[in-house]
Design a protein around this ligand. Structure first.
Ligand SMILES: [Zn+2]
Length: 220
């Protein structure tokens, strides 16, 4: 699922590997490398393509570093797929998707019922940008990677998205609601972990700790 450009060099072939995007309202040149390793250069209307490409060429080292990281992550994913007994990453992802469809909506409904939330629709997504999201209409998207993480971390993401049904932001009210739900969840469903997290709960920072733990997980 990851495609990479073979080489990025500053010697003239930069243009072939870069997607130039022009958007209304953009005031600055920006450069990013997406999850597939593609280089996207966004230009304001008043900047010529030549100047934009010169800007990108000046960042060649940074681009290469990002793409090296992406390649390393892809290799790790292939290894994980192989270790799990699948011959390709795609077939591994399909197995994860099927498992996610079986498990995640059911668990979300369970937690929603317990804590008094009513999500509209639940969809399973495969992306590398987030663990989950919640739309203004109350639709919740969940990343299929959630079936690869420890159950308490999966539940943390589900609770995070459910809390957005009440607070469409990450303000103090959102955080205090999420913290209280995570603490309750930990005591009820993961009592064997409660001892490990006692200090975090005293500090009111259990959800922040779980967020940190999730940061170490790489998406497939
Ligand atoms: Zn959020």
């Amino acid at each position: 699922m990851c495609e990479f450009f073979n080489n990025f060099s500053t010697n003239g072939d930069v243009e072939d590997k870069i997607t130039v995007v022009r958007k209304r309202g953009v005031r600055r040149i920006s450069l990013r490398v997406d999850a597939a390793g593609q280089i996207i250069l966004t230009l304001p209307w008043f900047v010529t393509t030549a100047r934009g490409l010169a800007f990108a060429a000046g960042k060649a080292e940074w681009i290469e570093a990002v793409r090296t990281r992406i390649r390393a992550a892809a290799k790790q994913q292939q290894q994980e797929a192989a270790a799990a007994g699948y011959d390709s990453l795609d077939s591994y992802v399909e197995v994860l998707r099927a498992r996610a469809k079986r498990q995640l909506p059911a668990r979300l409904a369970e937690l929603a019922g317990r804590y008094g939330f009513q999500p509209s629709q639940v969809r399973i997504k495969h992306n590398r940008s987030n663990w989950g999201s919640c739309s203004a209409r109350g639709n919740i998207n969940l990343n299929l990677n959630l079936v690869r993480v420890a159950p308490h971390l999966r539940d943390y993401v589900l609770l995070h998205e459910l809390c957005h049904l009440r607070h469409a932001n990450h303000g103090p009210a959102f955080h205090s609601l999420l913290e209280s739900l995570c603490e309750d969840l930990c005591r009820r469903d993961y009592p064997h972990l409660a001892g490990n997290y006692a200090r975090r709960m005293q500090e009111g920072a259990l959800h922040l700790q779980w967020r940190r733990e999730l940061k170490n997980v790489k998406f497939v």
